[in-house]
Design a protein around this ligand. Structure first.
Ligand code: 4NP
Length: 166
């Protein structure tokens, strides 16, 4: 890892369906733009039930269909240090965001937001939980759009790819 990196953490409830999907999609987009030396990507869950598990079969299937690598991703639980270390902490829904705000208190300097907050003409504010809906294709579409807009925002925030002019 480079000395200085922009650190992005995706958070959902179980860290087996939505946030690992976002981690894999975002990492794919970052690599496509040649920014993988500058942006580090991870995911975590507010709950601990699935710690150590690979992504849910529905997430694995939709990622494979879209030729997105998810190797090495294992569930973990979000912790206090994450709130201090990551620059962008991106929740999948309002409940995740509330849990993160409670965990963060006043210490975190991270941008704390929901993934779909970055989508201008969004049809939904929350990424629905496919653990209950079973609709992984819909979640992929929402996650992909959210990740594309989030990456544009980070590129703007940090003027990545913009040559300095004297
Ligand atoms: P996720 O979905 O938050 O998108 O990973 C869930 C996975 C597991 C559970 C809930 C949601 N669960 O209750 O075990």
């Amino acid at each position: 890892m480079a000395v200085w990196m922009i650190k992005v953490l995706f958070v959902c409830l179980g860290n087996i369906c939505r946030s690992p999907m976002a981690e894999a999609v975002f990492r794919h987009l970052v690599k496509e733009r040649g920014l993988d030396g500058l942006i580090a990507v991870d995911s975590a869950g507010t709950g601990s039930w699935h710690v150590g598990e690979p992504p849910h079969v529905g997430t694995r299937r939709v990622l494979t269909e879209n030729k997105i690598d998810y190797s090495g991703i294992r569930a973990r639980q979000v912790n206090h240090r994450d709130l201090e270390e990551f620059d962008y902490i991106i929740a999948m829904d309002a409940a995740n965001l509330n849990d993160l705000r409670r965990l963060a208190g006043s210490r975190s300097k991270a941008v704390l937001a929901r993934l779909l907050d970055f989508v201008p003409d969004r049809e939904k504010d929350d990424v629905p939980d496919p653990y209950y809906t079973g609709n992984f294709a819909e979640v992929y579409r929402l996650v992909r759009s959210g990740c594309e807009h989030l990456l544009e925002r980070i590129i703007r925030d940090h003027r990545l790819g913009v040559e300095e002019t004297k």
